[in-house]
Ligand binder design. Sequence first.
Ligand code: F6P
Length: 379
Amino acid sequence: MKSQTKSIGILTAGGDCPGLNAAIRGVAKAAMHYGIQVHGILDGFRGLVENRSIPLDSRSVSGLLTAGGTLLGTSRDKPHKMRMGSEVMDMTEVAVANMKRMNIDCLVCLGGNGTQKNALRLREATDIGIITLPKTIDNDVACTDVSFGFDSAMRVATEAVDRLHTTATSHHRIIVCEIMGHDAGWLALGAGIAGGADVILIPEIPYDLEIVARHLNNRRKSGKRFSIIAVAEGVRSRDQLALEEADPERKKKKKKSEPEEVFDALTNEGVHLVQESVASRIARRIQTMTGVEARVTALGHVQRGGQPTPYDRLLATRLGTKAGKLLAEGVYDVMVALQGGDTVPVPLKEVACKKKLVPADHPWIESARLVETCFGDEV
Ligand code: F6P
């Protein structure tokens, strides 16, 4: 087949995850197969604005399949609102000029929800095509059954819950495990079910700690002297939700608020206190409410590091090579999604600005309730 595309740029944006390198390799190898030239743009949209790129050839993408992180580097910068020195500026025109300078026909962006939005915005300012791939450990990109990175993160989080189980059992403790996910609870839900957490709290189901405490007390009465609580970092209690509904500005203000500043006698400087994690706040209250010793483990970026699982390597390779095929056919302005086992192009406009949250009637939730998992909403 004669390729409709001659040259592309590829970048990774947003938080990294396992599978990015496998996807870069998939796109680049398939593109090269069709005779397409590939430029690797460094550090996401910032590298595009700063005109930093490297040529990718079959040698530079070899050995990438199993490697964690991203060979290209990433950043959370967006072209239309980028910090340049002390100012935040709209750098869209510069990004477009650099794409023209590289003489690319299409920009391939590997990213999560923010990247889908930023890519579409950039597309609206240029005649150069865009193709995106869905990556995120949060699994909240719309229109795809799953994003790469999710399975690898779920393996790490599940192993953590397994390990917490043995030590919680020995010490007869409650352990609260904080799992990533600000708006979507897929990771806490999946790892919580797979690891057999007794309580799973996710942002989509506002919780009541009285209900959680009652569930834990009932477990204890039935002879189970330990409990594991899997908490997504973005959970909200019913009380918080009621306050936010009464004052919609409250949520925004809270997100923007700076941590409290205190005086550090050691350095003679004002320092910002790190805000107490949600898991720690929950553990503190649960300990008081149940009288059982509680501990906290926040998994943090461990969930985003390391090698991709076989599932993610396969998914990233399938999505990447499909992108290569679409490039050869001249199909642009789509995200390559996994739908019902097939890799399919979905118009970028349909994906951007949407988030795939856990529906209340999702089969995972039904299964979890049937194995007596408490979500903090009913006993
Ligand atoms: O990529 C999404 C995510 O993993 C969220 O779940 C998490 O809150 C966030 O990234 C943290 O990323 P960083 O610390 O790199 O900004």
